[in-house]
Design a protein around this ligand. Sequence first.
Ligand SMILES: [Zn+2]
Length: 293
Amino acid sequence: MHAILELAQRKTVIFDGAMGTMLMAAGLKAGESPELWNIEKPSFVTDIHRKYYEAGSDVVHTNTFGGNIIKLADRGLSDKMENINVEAAKLAREACPTGKFVAGDIGPTGKLIKPLGDLVVEEAEEAFFRQAQALIRGGVDIISIETMFSLEEALAALHAAKRVGEVPVISALTFNRTKKGFFTIMGEGVTQAVAAFEKAGADVIATNCSLGSRDMADLTKELRAATRKPILIQPNAGKPVTQKGVTAYQQTPAEFAQDGKEIKNSGADMIGGCCGTNPEFIRALAEAMGNLP
Ligand SMILES: [Zn+2]
């Protein structure tokens, strides 16, 4: 069994929090490519990884959320795809203490698959395949597919990562809460998604973003009822509040950590943070789980 999955049998594995907001705090401007910093300002990226490990993360994500070639092409960076992903993996590896881990982050293409959009599913899978290859070449321990709003796109990424092989794959889908339960914006439900992920060979079933930690505890129960695989939950820091066009997350680290306990008790094996979280949230979470950094 892979060391991360083994660790999950002994304790709640702590992941990291948001990367984008940390980069913005370090000077990343709106419209600038966060992934380009892996090449142009590597020390800032390594610094953020270190802060998360120091706060108690067992696993951090590489700075490659928008690192697939389709997304990078929007910024004219497709020729840098391999370099960006290999370097990102090396930066996280550099910051990673002995006994801790690096997850290669794969996010969505930002395009809709046919017939809703123009993207051909095979093209998406090829983009994810090449990204996963580069991340693994750079030395990641596990691939983490996240913030997928469509089951079809999530499966394209999962198939690609499993085809590369070599490391386990975390497969996440993003759900919204409706009166009828939890669904993706495409209308896919929890049991349908979990069954598809298991069939495609996901090693960890996950969800992240969109929901705050309260709702995530309920979603965790549904996921736990649908699978015996390890589960990773990465909530936002509560519900976003938009004031004068600016979105802010108002939950405190202590509240987040309190909900973290409920998420753990609802069946999560691994917990991290999404939008609005930072190393203080991860520190509070790690302490609440009884994991001292
Ligand atoms: Zn998020």
